[in-house]
Design a protein around this ligand. Structure first.
Ligand code: GTP
Ligand code: MG
Length: 357
């Protein structure tokens, strides 16, 4: 009962009927039950979460507030993850199976030929640098996770800026005529740099800036929240590239030392599956940067290794290692790739952005 009604009641001004009305209205759950709220399907989706077998209105609401908006989100979720929201792993599994049945219409397998045809239609975002595009066999692949690895000053952030512009170009010039979403964890995003790069690429700098959605991630939880939030913007704004610069600096500083390693890796794993889902579901490219660290256990060869261990190594589809070369040049190499030849190419960073040498 509200404060004003209590006063009124104390003053004897309220009749019984008025009091009854007040009780019902001040109880939120009752008021909510009364109005049947229709939640339409998420943008671009035909099926509502509520249409899934075993999902009622309350469950659908719970799922949505945990960042699962579409049937596809559910189909790609792990039972373990959903169990936290749904109470039991069995229930989670049943709902995930229902979503999967709806999505692939009962067909679990496709022929390699069908997969081959599908891969022929893959899209790429040009890096704007011929040598790097050659290295990547077309540019940054849509639907996949690409990792830019390197020491400080190697050019990771510069390449992120450049890609955020390149994705905007029309297809005939290597872009996708789309927008980028930029999650900055280190505070190194510079709109001024976007202006320079856009100008060089023949885009209106003002428009180029408007086509980049930017957020600063303050810690690892916030970073993960932003990825969930991104789903709300992707279709509305035609976002085809999500950039995270950098992937794990927050995770590293919040979970220091051996004693925190397991929890850090577990959380990082969840973050990477979030990114996989985003790339797969919305058919966009994810690009993230990663630092290198000294590898005390390596006596021959490269004394540095990418941070994040196996979780990151296995999580990313393509890993590009950037390093500084002679005379201000930069060298790029692809590591651990299922499809690329081992080779190195050179590029440069100038006022115009990332360019061929
Ligand atoms: P960390 O984030 O520190 O790990 O490094 P990073 O790999 O992100 O490096 P970043 O991409 O920030 O590269 C910075 C380097 O780019 C600088 O050291 C410069 O050499 C070069 N650079 C950045 N802006 C310009 C520019 O306007 N002109 C020229 N010529 N070089 C630039
Ligand atoms: Mg950087």
């Amino acid at each position: 009962m509200g404060r004003r009604s209590k006063e009124k009641q104390a003053q004897g001004e309220m009749d019984v009927e008025e009091m009854a009305k007040e009780i019902v209205l001040s109880d939120d759950s009752i008021a909510l039950e009364e109005e049947e709220e229709y939640v339409p399907p998420a943008p671009g989706e035909e099926i509502r979460l509520e249409d899934l077998e075993g999902v009622g209105r309350i469950t659908a609401q719970k799922l949505r507030s945990a960042g699962y908006y579409t049937v596809t989100d559910i189909a790609f979720a792990s039972a373990h993850e959903l169990a936290v929201i749904l109470g039991s792993e069995e229930r989670a599994m049943a709902i995930i199976r229902a979503a999967q049945r709806l999505l692939n219409k009962g067909e679990e397998f496709i022929t390699a030929k069908a997969l081959f045809e599908k891969r022929k239609n893959l899209e790429y975002i040009s890096t704007g640098v011929r040598s790097l595009d050659d290295l990547l066999e077309g540019g940054v692949e849509v639907g996949s996770l690409t990792e830019l690895i390197g020491e400080f000053g190697a050019g990771k952030t510069q390449l992120c800026h450049q890609l955020a512009v390149m994705v905007q170009l029309p297809r005939e010039r290597g872009g996708l005529g789309a927008r980028a979403l930029y999650i900055d964890t280190e505070g190194t995003f510079r709109p001024e740099r976007v202006v320079q790069i856009a100008r060089y690429r023949g885009l209106d700098p003002e428009k180029a800036l408007e086509n980049i959605l930017y957020a600063r991630a303050y810690n690892s939880d916030h970073q993960m929240l932003l990825v969930d939030e991104a789903k709300k913007y992707i279709e509305k704004y035609n976002i085809r590239l999500v950039i995270i610069d950098s992937l794990i600096n927050h995770f590293r500083s919040e979970y220091p030392g051996r004693e925190n390693l397991a929890s850090r890796q577990q959380k990082l794993n969840r973050h990477i599956s979030q990114l996989h889902r985003l790339a797969g579901l919305y058919n966009l490219a994810v690009v993230a940067t990663n630092q290198v660290m000294a590898a005390p256990d390596i006596f021959f060869g490269n004394p540095l290794k990418p941070a994040g261990g196996n979780i990151v190594a296995h999580g990313f589809t393509y890993r590009v290692w950037l390093r500084k070369g002679k005379e201000g040049r930069r060298i790029a190499r692809i590591i651990d790739s299922p499809k690329h030849a081992e080779k190195e190419v050179a590029f440069a960073i100038t006022e115009d952005g990332v360019v061929d040498v």
